[in-house]
Design a protein around this ligand. Structure first.
Ligand code: PEP
Ligand code: MG
Length: 905
């Protein structure tokens, strides 16, 4: 059987049958746009007749050196004939012309990234024929000039400027502001000038044969799949490069046939807030691209309900039907031609994170999807937006609003102004500057700059403009259509009244409210008090098996973590408390002194600090477990560096030679000997491999008074808060264990100290004793370790470092990047757990430990605890919980639920 490359819209069932009825594969075969057009036609939605050339045809064309595969053109012409029969018109026939559009449509929508040509089939004779038929010279020549410009730029690669210059000259000559105000006669002469531009720049005549036009347009759409902007977009959106695009050839319908015609775009729900209302923009007497280009101020869709009430009601009904059918919010394009409504496209609507959450929850409430589906529909990254920075009221109070636009993508962004995308990219990537991309409007070619910028500001365009869509998709705060701003890209300046903002100056935008401020405003992270998010998260909590705890060192972190849903603390790194400025000198004294008495004194001085920190954690986590890890890092981290001390020593030696009196000499001499002592200590602590040296449990064994002090602080704090009526649940954790004997020894010290404190205080506190698993030996011998450990927590930062023998501090700025670029490693193992290696060790550890102690508690507290893909691995390994930074808690809760739901299916 001959390969089928072309499906008419009413052959959608045949297309489905070709891929066993799998809708995902139908979209793969026809592209999203083509599949949905066919499906709408099947549902009885008014869609103009047309056909789709498959993505397979595109892939074949591209792989065969830009040659149509055999049979494609014949099938295209046959489908064209079917269109002619349906419409009763003929392609290229001046007496009754059929005009068509030719649009790309890939499996995943890539707004504006590939090519489109409208009004194919017009030439000099057909245009005259159209005038005879419609009596409308303005319309006919407006369409013709649009075709030549689009064909010239898209198919023949002519730059846009010469065309735009011609239009600008005509507008000036006629003294009008918009192209729509030019006359038919103006357009007649524009057409002549456009043809000349094509002749001069492309060195060919604009083709007058309708079929030749179509053939060239189809090829251009195929080729646009591999265009730079499409490739860049796919890279950023992680869309595969081998999918290919479909080509949709559809009967043209016109929104520019007078005041009973219109064209617009609409979302079935508000794409910013998720509210269940139709939202969109339209223009009367205009073509589709006028709406998205943002060149004419659009009207809000509600206005259509008064201008064309019947059309509006019909559209509303269709929108609801499509939502129900696709079980998701729809983004639609429509045209009204002399009062008749046509739907030209529907697709799943892009939306902000807030909208995604609200829509998922309300769809579940409306019974369109299940709660499980609702939880699966929101990505963990979207939850992140609720934790996005916002400007505080105080920050805003100090800065005047200099402009307002549409709040199309939420969050606060500040940066220095860059007026072009290349500069934005360079400043952000090379100079590590924070940048805002500021443009009159954005085009698909600007995407690299948009992605590099912290946020996007435009002076024109609507909610459905390119800038808005891209910003929303990638979570960039954006304000568009801020029309008071005069953005002069050539002069590299933005003017608002008398105010000028030059390139490189700070600007701030609030994508949540649409406000624009001069200067750099302070940002803060908002509370997650969105009611729909709270409901979604409560459903997620019902579905997940994994517990979620926080890595928190200070009481205020613990309070925040609990608010975000943490079910305890999975890791408190106690040494972080030592770094506080008022404590550090005491810590240094403890490390440097040779006198046991002085060391004890220093250790004792640290006790009250630790006690009060632990008490704060226990209060914040009342009734929930708090894992406190004893001191871990190599001691030299608490001391000044060797280089710093040597420099100081040289300075003091110079100063002593210039001393003016004996007192000064004595003073400097004192400092000299102190610095020298510190330097000696630093030298004595020097290790070639400190991360494999005196750290973790080894420290606790060598300085037992430090272990005892920390344990005492934990239990004194626990007794104190018990007395206050709270329920502390301490779990004491030993870091970097590699041998069971280390643990046995530490447990003896710990139990003795704990007993002493509880006896002194007259209070019993139940607690657990456990260890981190962060070296392979601990994982491999977890069966032995479990004899002394009631819980295990995988320190996957170190476990990754020690398993790969790859420094966690250096690899990511060195060879690891090359490994990733060359595909030697599939992912950064410090970001996403290496399931095959590190994951395998974890599995061995869990199995071994459970053999010895079936109810042993297991969790992860490395950075992987907040990474969705790693959380799924931990779920598969059967761990009890993941622990991550407070800001990742909601993400971890959702990821855990999604992992559990995916495991069910
Ligand atoms: C780890 O190694 O994964 C861990 C949690 O400990 P730290 O990052 O403090 O070394
Ligand atoms: Mg560690």
């Amino acid at each position: 059987m001959k390969k089928k490359w072309v499906y008419t819209l009413d052959e959608i069932d045949e297309a489905k049958a070709a891929v066993d009825g799998d809708w995902d594969r139908v979209r793969g075969l026809l592209g999203g746009k083509g599949a949905n057009l066919g499906e709408m036609q099947r549902l009885g939605v008014p869609v103009p007749p047309g056909f789709t050339i498959t993505t397979e045809a595109c892939n074949s064309y591209l792989s065969e050196g830009n040659e149509f595969p055999s049979g494609l053109w014949e099938q295209t012409l046959r489908a064209l004939r079917t269109m002619e029969e349906k419409t009763g018109k003929r392609f290229g026939d001046p007496s009754n012309p059929l005009l068509v559009s030719c649009r790309s449509g890939a499996k995943f929508s890539m707004p504006g990234m590939m090519d489109t040509v409208l009004d194919l089939g017009l030439n000099d004779e057909v245009t005259e024929g159209m005038i005879k038929l419609t009596g409308n010279e303005h319309f006919a020549f407006d369409s013709y000039r649009r075709l030549i410009q689009m064909f010239g730029t898209v198919v023949l690669g002519v730059r846009d400027e010469p065309f735009e210059n011609v239009l600008a000259q005509h507008r000036e000559r006629r003294g009008v502001a918009t192209d729509a105000d030019l006359t038919g006669a103006d357009y007649r002469s524009v057409v002549g000038e456009f043809k000349e531009i094509v002749r001069r720049n492309a060195r060919i005549e604009f083709p007058s044969s309708a079929e030749e036009q179509l053939r060239m347009a189809v090829e251009a759409v195929f080729r646009s799949w591999n265009g730079k902007r499409a490739r860049d977009y796919r890279q950023a959106a992680q869309i595969a490069h081998d999918l290919g695009t479909g080509v949709n050839v559809i009967t043209m319908v016109y929104g520019n046939l007078g005041d009973s015609s219109a064209t617009g775009v609409a979302m079935s729900r508000n794409a910013t807030t998720g509210e269940n209302v139709l939202e969109g923009d339209y223009l009367t007497n205009a073509q589709g691209e006028d709406v998205v280009a943002g060149t004419r101020p659009t009207k809000p869709l509600e206005q259509l309900s008064t201008e064309m009430p019947e059309v509006y009601a019909q559209f509303e009904g269709i929108a609801r039907r499509l939502e129900k059918h696709y079980r998701d919010m729809q983004d639609m394009e429509f045209t009204v031609e002399r009062g008749k409504l046509w739907i030209l496209q529907t697709r799943t609507g892009k939306r902000t994170a807030q909208a995604a959450v609200r829509i998922a929850v309300e769809f579940a409430d409306e019974g369109l999807i299940s709660r499980e589906e609702a939880v699966l529909r929101v990505s963990p990254e979207q939850i992140d937006f609720f934790l996005h920075p916002q400007f505080s009221m105080e920050a805003k109070a100090g800065h005047a609003v200099i402009g307002r636009g549409l709040n199309v993508s939420p969050g606060a962004a500040t940066g220095v102004v860059a007026f072009d995308p290349d500069l934005a990219q360079r400043w952000a990537k090379e100079d590590k500057r924070e940048v805002l991309l500021v443009r009159p409007e954005t085009k698909p070619d600007d995407v690299h700059g948009m992605l590099a910028a912290n946020g996007i500001l435009t002076s024109s365009g609507g909610r459905t403009s390119h800038a808005a869509l891209v910003a929303r998709q990638f979570g960039k705060p954006a304000v568009v259509g801020a029309s008071e701003l005069d953005i002069d890209v050539r002069a590299r300046v933005m003017r608002v009244g008398d105010l000028e903002v030059h390139e490189g100056e700070w600007l701030s935008i609030d994508g949540t409210t649409g406000e624009v401020f001069v200067g750099k405003l302070e940002t803060e992270v908002p509370d997650m008090d969105d009611e729909w998010l709270a409901r979604l998260m409560s459903w997620a909590d019902e579905f997940r098996r994994l517990g979620v705890r926080a890595n928190a060192d200070y009481p205020e972190d613990a309070v925040r973590a609990r608010k975000y849903g943490a079910e305890g603390i999975g890791l408190c790194r106690t040494e972080h408390m030592f770094f506080q400025p008022e404590r550090l000198p005491t810590v240094q004294r403890m490390i440097t002194t040779r006198s046991p008495a002085e060391r004890r004194e220093a250790v004792d001085a640290l006790l009250p600090f630790q006690r009060s920190d632990f008490a704060g954690l226990f209060r914040a986590m009342d009734g929930l477990p708090v894992i406190i890890r004893l001191i871990d890092p190599p001691l030299h981290e608490f001391l000044p560096s060797f280089e710093e001390l040597s420099r100081e020593l040289t300075d003091l030696q110079i100063r002593i030679t210039g001393a003016r009196n004996l007192q000064e000499v004595e003073e400097i001499t004192g400092k000299l000997s102190e610095t020298q002592a510190m330097l000696d200590k630093v030298e004595s602590l020097h290790e070639s491999n400190p991360m494999l040296g005196l750290r973790g449990v080894r420290l606790g064994i060598l300085i037992p008074e430090l272990t005892r002090m920390q344990v005492r602080a934990v239990f004194e704090a626990a007794c104190e808060v018990t007395r206050e009526g709270h329920k502390p649940i301490p779990e004491i954790m030993i870091p970097l264990t590699s041998h069971v004997n280390e643990l046995r020894r530490q447990r003896t010290v710990l139990e003795a100290e704990a007993r002493d404190v509880m006896k002194e205080q007259g209070i019993e506190v139940s607690y657990q004793f456990g260890t981190m698993v962060e070296v392979p030996r601990a994982a491999l011998t977890a069966d032995q370790i479990a004899e002394y450990a009631e819980f295990l927590s995988f320190g996957t930062n170190d476990l990754t470092q020690t398993t790969f023998a790859m420094s966690r501090d250096d690899a990511e700025s060195g060879f690891l990047m090359r490994y990733l670029a060359d595909g030697i490693l599939p992912a950064n193992p410090f970001a996403t757990l290496d399931e095959d290696g590190v994951g395998k060790l974890m599995g061995i550890a869990v199995t071994g430990a459970r053999k010895t102690r079936p109810d042993i508690e297991t969790g992860v507290c490395g950075e992987h605890g907040g990474d969705p893909a790693s959380i799924a691995i931990c779920d598969r390994l059967g761990l009890d919980y993941v622990s991550c930074s407070p800001y990742r808690i909601p993400i971890a809760r959702l990821s855990a639920a999604q992992s559990a739901l995916r495991a069910r299916s």
